[in-house]
Ligand binder design. Structure first.
Ligand SMILES: Nc1nc2c(ncn2[C@@H]2O[C@H](COP(=O)(O)OP(=O)(O)O)[C@@H](O)[C@H]2O)c(=O)[nH]1
Ligand SMILES: [Mg+2]
Ligand SMILES: [Zn+2]
Length: 284
């Protein structure tokens, strides 16, 4: 029988099948091969013995929390308190792109902006709208629709408004969506785990105890390819990094405003970080 791992409790794998939930163990073979099933895995189980016999191929993978098959990520970003940080937004967008997880963006705390501030922020939001589905956190009914048939994760910095958004979407949910719940208090024993729950005809990954998603490092060329709008400006050079090259069409598009300067600057930062990682690796 086929199912999906929705939660792991030490050695127990909670597998959701068509009409029931089965607590399974794993066969020794997996442990020997160091192939551990993850939350999100589609698996074949032996229902009578309550064991997982096979893990089906993973579509996507996140390193930490260690989960598979997430299909989309909503980047929750506040425009104030904390201030809008497009550098962080672009870092997350690039990671999601590279890992084949569809990115969406939800901007929060628009209500805190003055009219002048809103004009600047609106230009940035409009630019993102050309590339990705974008929502304001006040657009609750619209946001509910994006969950259908997807496995969604919410990500974004602490204080961005993830928990608030979830509570507005579904007040009955007591979700953590990152960070450790305040109610647990500091110093108390807090568990970090990931769990998939049903929501709005789709599923949501709850990630208590994880302040950010972690993905493997990317090469600088992978960073470049994840800035998807650059592809609209093909370069005369094969494999152009759009940095030093003359006659680079991406640089031209930045000059004439077709590509936003802030996005390009974030691109340069992310490429620099990727290059530093590549250099470290080479020296070993
Ligand atoms: N003014 C305003 N405050 C918000 C909004 N969304 C969240 N907050 C506040 O921002 C703080 C952090 O929100 P929270 O949901 O805990 O962020 P999380 O760390 O991403 O889960 C809380 O005090 C919220 O009440 C918003 O749209 N407008
Ligand atoms: Mg929270
Ligand atoms: Zn170029």
């Amino acid at each position: 029988m086929e199912g999906q791992i929705i939660k792991i409790l030490s050695n127990q794998f909670i597998v959701k099948c068509d009409k029931e939930v089965v607590m399974c163990l794993i066969k020794g073979k997996f442990r020997k091969d160091k192939l551990l099933p993850l939350v999100g895995d589609k698996v074949i189980i032996d229902k009578n013995q309550k064991i997982i016999t096979k893990i089906l191929p993973r579509k996507t993978e996140i390193r930490r929390p260690s989960v598979s098959n997430i299909t989309q990520g909503i980047v929750v970003a506040s425009v104030k308190k904390p201030d809008l940080d497009t550098n962080l937004i672009d870092k997350i967008l690039v990671e999601l792109e590279f890992n084949n997880i569809k990115p969406l963006i939800c901007f929060t705390k628009i209500d805190l902006l003055t009219t002048d501030e809103w004009i600047n922020i609106q230009a940035i939001i409009d630019y993102y709208k050309k590339i990705y589905p974008v929502y304001l956190s006040s657009e609750i009914e619209e946001i509910k629709k994006v969950f259908k048939d997807e496995i969604t994760v919410l990500t974004g910095q602490t204080g961005a408004g993830k928990s608030t958004l979830i509570n507005r979407l579904e007040p009955s949910l007591k979700l953590h969506t990152g960070e450790i719940s305040e109610a647990l208090g500091r110093g108390r024993h807090t568990t970090r785990h990931a769990e998939i729950i049903d929501l709005f005809q789709g599923q949501l990954l709850d990630t208590p105890g994880f302040s950010a998603l972690e993905f493997p490092n990317m090469l600088k060329k992978e960073v470049r390819d994840a800035f998807v709008e650059f592809k609209d400006f093909p370069c005369p050079y094969r494999d152009c990094m759009h940095i030093k090259e003359e006659d680079c069409n991406v640089k031209k598009a930045v000059s004439n405003g077709e590509i936003a300067r802030f996005r390009y600057n974030n691109y340069l930062d992310l490429v620099k970080t990727a290059q530093e990682e590549e250099n470290k690796f080479k020296r070993k």
